[in-house]
Design a protein around this ligand. Structure first.
Ligand SMILES: Cc1cc2nc3c(=O)[nH]c(=O)nc-3n(C[C@H](O)[C@H](O)[C@H](O)COP(=O)(O)OP(=O)(O)OC[C@H]3O[C@@H](n4cnc5c(N)ncnc54)[C@H](O)[C@@H]3O)c2cc1C
Length: 385
């Protein structure tokens, strides 16, 4: 690979690599993005595009979600139409009196952490969602929840990075690292060696394998999710709607099947019902029991979906970390190597803030958020495999 060495080689052309490449380029770095497949060919092309603050407990992930929301709206706001940004808001509903009490507790904690959350009575729910199942005791409205089309977001962020000077090489698999002693000085790829000032591992659910090539351990594992897509419908679902139990499923470390759905309409009229969560490695076999469970629970929320045809179903692999926090920052075990991975089921939403923080940190500026909770070496202190 001839030419001047970039300041930063980004491994992975998913949404996280794309956002990092965009902000690093805008911060003045020469950036080359490498992917063994096409743009958004990994998880970023196999999920949904919810930008949620509603499903997060107070803490570092919520702080990153709030920052990301600000970056999507402000720094990237001029491009919102390119990726179908829709600030439609989220509606969380409780199925029982006990669930309603837990939801009220959650909204109280979230409000204290800066989230806008409005508690709703049973009587108020139909004014938000006229087709919602009757008899639900309470809910909460989150005006800050939004959505984007993830593949469009990834592709346009990379195009904008290219227009600002970045290079994108698809079909180039990273097979090793160039070293000068401990220091990482570039990557070996199937297209030749690429020396680089720094290397960013943004390889999604494969980030653990890429880290291993550099001799460091990152316990990023795939967490499979199925999504059901209905035929286009007349307006039936106005917000992102999900049952309060979803928050517990997201936070769970259980390897077994969880299936509380988020129901949302897209610009084209299809309704996305997603998604299951289970840890079964990279097994992409279609699971009818998982899809049935999703459909049943979506119909429980919206009886109007009974009899609606599912047009297709697909699955992807969330990059899961055992402590449910992403890995963002430099790796002291291999100087010159940075990571941006492990965003699990929130990587589309969190990509904007992650890219923004990396643009700051990679150029020596103080990042807007403390990166310590996301430190790559934190797993050295734990018992995780
Ligand atoms: C069903 C489902 C629903 C989801 N819903 C949402 C949602 O509503 N909102 C949300 O925010 N998030 C959601 N997510 C999660 C989100 O999709 C991910 O967190 C996000 O896409 C991760 O992006 P990434 O860039 O880290 O990884 P990826 O998109 O997987 O990109 C990693 C890239 O690295 C490349 N790569 C790997 N190894 C190498 C190598 N050795 N050399 C070169 N390239 C390599 C891969 O080809 C891939 O393109 C969902 C995920 C799933 C599966």
């Amino acid at each position: 690979m001839a030419g001047r060495a970039p300041d930063l080689a980004v491994v992975g052309a998913g949404v996280v690599g794309a956002a990092a490449a965009y902000f690093a380029t805008r911060a003045g770095l020469r950036v080359t993005v490498l992917d063994r497949g096409p743009v958004a060919g990994g998880t970023s092309g196999r999920g949904e595009g919810n930008l949620l603050v509603s499903d997060k407990e107070a803490g570092p992930e919520l702080d990153l979600a709030l920052l990301s929301r600000r970056i999507w709206r402000e720094r990237l706001g001029a491009f919102a139409g390119l990726w179908e940004f829709d600030a439609k808001g989220g509606l969380v509903v409780a199925a029982s009196a006990e669930g309603a009490a837990r939801l009220a507790e959650l909204t109280r904690r979230q409000r204290a952490a800066g989230v806008e959350a409005v508690d709703l009575t049973a009587a108020e729910l139909p004014t938000f969602e006229p087709y919602l199942a009757p008899g639900l005791p309470a809910g909460a409205y989150y005006p800050q929840d939004a959505q984007v089309q993830p593949m469009l977001a990834t592709a346009h962020l990379l195009r904008l990075a290219r227009e600002a000077g970045a290079e994108v090489r698809t079909g180039a698999e990273v097979t090793g690292f160039l070293r000068d002693g401990d220091r990482v000085t570039g990557v070996r790829t199937t297209g030749g060696d690429l020396p680089a000032g720094q290397v960013l591992n943004a390889a999604g659910p494969w980030a653990g394998s890429v880290a291993r090539l550099a001799g460091v351990r990152l316990p990023v594992l795939p967490r499979r999710g199925f999504v059901l897509v209905t035929e286009p419908l007349p307006p039936t679902v106005r917000h992102k709607v999900y049952a309060a139990e979803y928050v517990g499923d997201v936070a769970s470390s259980d390897a077994g099947l969880q299936s509380s759905p988020v129901v949302e309409a897209t610009e084209s009229g299809t309704v996305l019902i997603g998604s299951t969560r289970e840890r079964v490695g990279f097994d992409a076999t279609l699971s009818l029991p998982a899809l049935r469970l999703l459909a049943r629970k979506a119909i429980a929320l919206f009886p109007a979906l009974t009899g609606v045809r599912a047009m297709r179903a697909y699955c992807g692999f969330r990059p899961y970390c055992p402590d449910h926090l992403p890995v963002v920052g430099p790796d002291p075990r291999a100087p010159g190597l940075w990571h941006a991975c492990g965003h699990e089921g929130a990587g589309i939403g969190l990509a904007a803030g992650t890219g923004w923080l990396l643009g700051q940190a990679l150029t020596g500026a103080a990042p807007d958020l403390d990166l310590a909770p996301f430190a790559p070496e934190r797993f050295e202190r734990s018992e995780t495999p």
